[in-house]
Design a protein around this ligand. Structure first.
Ligand SMILES: [Zn+2]
Length: 92
């Protein structure tokens, strides 16, 4: 992680304990409170800062599984929540 960061790659948070935020079968509900969400994510951010990461403004949710509430809570911490996109096989 230190090497990636030193080479200029973006290194960002992905939750400290890799929490599941919403049940698989009911994505619109939550399995944690906002304070639990923030405590876990801030623990992750502190560890990143400890290895020299300074620019932390984007966030991929654990399991890439989240909902609108998680996106809003992320924004409240100054983080833009994003997700992977699938590469098209032929986009020529
Ligand atoms: Zn993950």
């Amino acid at each position: 992680m230190k090497k990636l960061n030193a080479k200029g790659h973006y290194v960002g948070p992905h939750s400290d304990q890799h929490l599941l935020y919403a049940p698989w079968e009911n994505r619109d509900s939550l399995l944690l409170s906002k304070s639990e969400f923030e405590a876990d994510l801030m623990a992750n951010i502190q560890k990143l800062k400890a290895i020299g990461v300074t620019e932390i403004n984007k966030f991929v949710a654990p399991y890439e599984w989240y909902n609108k509430q998680i996106a809003e809570w992320s924004n409240d911490l100054g983080l833009e929540l994003y997700n992977f996109t699938h590469r098209l096989k032929d986009c020529s």
